[in-house]
Design a protein around this ligand. Structure first.
Ligand code: F6R
Length: 609
């Protein structure tokens, strides 16, 4: 999604901006631009499409030490060069880059038009540039103008503004969209993602909602709309850079699939207690005597993180015998949820910046609930908002379609379920067996990855499909949902997921040869029932692709293709089978020649509602 980078005090600001934009590109964007102050005026370059289009305009020829840059993911207005950021006020006095959505942009625009101002783009951001230039033209300093404008703006923003009258100054503000400030030798920076500042900044400060900051090459001043002047403690910038390259892999998604065993090894590393058959989760900041008081668990996330939450709910109910349920964070936050003191809330997000997940977390906190996070990006907004949590340590995930982070989420939730289970009634021997399972998990995933050539052979059954059903029962039902989501996302094939048991209540009507079914079939107590359902699909000429860890020969008799994955621990099959489905979606998308890492219309980090 949109990304911001800004710098003041760097010999060639444009060079820093372009390097930062390249780091932000993985989040998804459809246009980009930079504006640099050359000491007298603000020069700007923008281009639709890939960053190379902007690079071909030779931005580094813009001389100046202070500038702002942006990658845009269209919300208001088409992805054209005119709508790309930075936006300049009509008098070219103010340039603004902005992430988020200004909900009352139309009303503000109408007010400004009544003052005689004209607009050149359809974006909400231009409204901010114009409003600020009007204030500055009336004698206000930009910092004060931003402080005065922000309370009138409804919606969300992370923004940086440049003022023609102050050649070395940046003004940044945050409400609901991340903004980090960087301190480097002789320069100060602003970015929506600290990773964009690696190599330029040594220390980082995170703005909170309602903060407005003024930066010069050697100073940072922050004022909160709520509490006035404030000091933010700087921490060492430890963000991982996302531009490590694909290491010879055709796509980042493939690299991340390949990295999955080591990513999972890091998620469990230091967290297993073989002696007592439990997990060590010090980051939760909850003692066992407090944990035992929770009567249930509510898990929240968006997209794949929501599906991981569903897997987590299964794991927690079966291992800890605690009622657990999952819900889409965006729905939860808007239904004025009842927050219960004896429920443990778990918010799940790879990026830690997903707007709806963050808003759900804040709603729980406002109402006095205890909320822990499952999160990959250290120091992200979510990680800083929760009472405690579990970092995934999966390493940077660049591909828009989540793979290793999804598996790491389910893995971390498995650790939580084990820990909760052992606090409740899970026996030491059952706990010890699961600990062994976690230890073996990287190896099972290694074996799954090695099956890639066999999985590739199955893809002709899907590339020809008009639509695909994914089905599964018990803990395989959410895995089927994840498989369908992956196929939709990167192969652009319509796919729907159902619990196997629901098929005959309606969807069976659509089964025919051009609508194959992918069956997620763990070797569990429901196996016989699921095999019976295969016959129902066969009887309607439906084609079956079975993804299983069972060696039951009835499956081979019924299915067009069987993807046989390693047998693992019952609680961990969602991760192994889930990886099989990730590979299936990947190979199908490759066979169809899709753009794997940046699927159309999608962004890596959804920082708007
Ligand atoms: C799907 C996918 C998305 C994300 C969702 C939440 O492959 O990647 O559905 O899972 O946008 O993102 P995070 O986990 O960053 O909150």
């Amino acid at each position: 999604m949109c990304g911001i980078i800004a710098v003041t005090g760097h010999a060639n600001a444009a060079q820093t901006l372009m390097a930062g934009l390249r780091r932000l590109a993985y989040r998804g964007y459809d246009s980009a631009g930079v504006a640099v102050h050359d000491g007298e005026s603000i020069a700007r370059l923008r281009a639709a499409g890939a960053l190379e289009n902007l690079a071909s305009l030779d931005p580094e020829s813009l001389s100046g030490q202070c500038g702002i840059g942006h990658t845009r993911w269209a919300t208001h207005g088409a992805p054209t060069a005119e709508n790309a950021h930075p936006h300049l006020s009509a008098d070219a006095a103010i340039a603004v880059v902005h992430n988020g959505i200004i909900e009352n942009a139309d009303a503000l625009r109408a007010e400004l038009q009544a003052e005689g101002m004209t607009f050149t783009s359809e974006t909400d951001t231009e409204v901010l540039a114009q409003a600020l230039s009007l204030a500055v033209s009336r004698g206000e300093a930009l910092f004060e103008a931003v402080l005065a404008l922000m309370p009138r703006v409804q919606g969300t923003y992370g923004l940086v503004a440049l003022d023609r009258a102050a050649p070395d100054q940046l003004v940044a503000a945050r409400l609901g969209s991340p903004v980090a400030l960087g301190i480097g030798g002789g320069c100060r920076l602003v970015a929506s993602d600290p990773a964009a500042m690696v190599g330029f900044a040594d220390d980082v400060l995170h703005l909170d909602d309602g903060d407005v900051a003024r930066l010069t090459p050697d100073s940072i001043a922050v004022r909160s709309l709520d509490t006035g002047e404030r000091t933010i403690e700087a921490t060492t910038l430890t963000a991982e850079v996302n531009d490590a390259g694909r290491d010879g892999h055709a796509h980042f998604m493939l690299k991340e699939l390949c990295e999955q065993p080591e990513a999972i090894a890091r998620t469990v590393s230091g967290r297993l207690d073989a002696r007592f058959g439990t997990a060590r989760l010090g980051g939760l900041n909850i003692q066992p005597r407090d944990l035992i008081a929770f009567r249930g668990v509510k898990l929240l996330g968006c997209g794949s993180a929501h599906i991981a939450a569903e897997c987590g709910a299964h794991l927690i109910e079966s291992l800890a015998r605690l009622p657990a349920s999952a819900e889409a964070a965006a729905e939860f936050r808007y239904r004025n949820p009842v927050i219960e003191r004896d429920l443990l809330y778990v918010v799940i997000s790879q990026s830690g910046e997903t707007y709806d997940t963050l808003a759900a977390c804040n709603e729980i906190k406002r109402k006095g609930g205890t909320v822990i996070g499952i999160n990959n990006v250290i120091g992200s907004s979510l990680a800083r908002a929760v009472d405690g949590g579990i970092y995934l340590h999966a390493g940077p995930e660049v591909s828009v379609a989540s793979t290793k982070a999804w598996s790491a989420m389910v893995c971390a939730l498995g650790l939580l379920a084990l820990y909760l289970g052992r606090v409740h009634d899970l026996s030491p021997s059952a706990g010890a067996s699961l600990v062994k399972g976690f230890e073996a998990l990287p190896e099972w995933l290694e074996q799954t990855y090695a099956l890639r050539p066999a999985i590739r052979e199955v893809t002709p059954l899907l590339t020809q499909a008009r639509s695909v059903f994914f089905i599964g029962r018990g803990n395989a039902a959410p895995v089927a949902r994840e498989g369908a989501l992956k196929l939709k996302e990167i192969a652009y094939i319509h796919a729907e997921a159902y619990p196997t048991s629901e098929l005959k209540h309606g969807p069976l009507a659509l089964i025919e040869p051009a609508v194959p079914t992918v069956v997620v079939l763990p070797d569990d107590e429901l196996l016989d029932k699921s095999i019976a359902s295969l016959a129902e699909i066969r009887a309607r000429d439906g084609k079956l692709i079975v993804v299983t860890d069972s060696d039951d020969t009835r499956i081979d008799a019924a299915a067009e293709a069987v993807i046989r994955l390693p047998k693992s621990h019952a609680a961990l099959t969602p991760i192994v089978l889930g990886m099989g489905l990730q590979l299936l979606a990947y190979e199908t998308a490759v066979a169809l020649g899709r753009e794997i890492d940046r699927p159309r219309n999608l962004a890596k980090s959804v920082t708007v509602e």
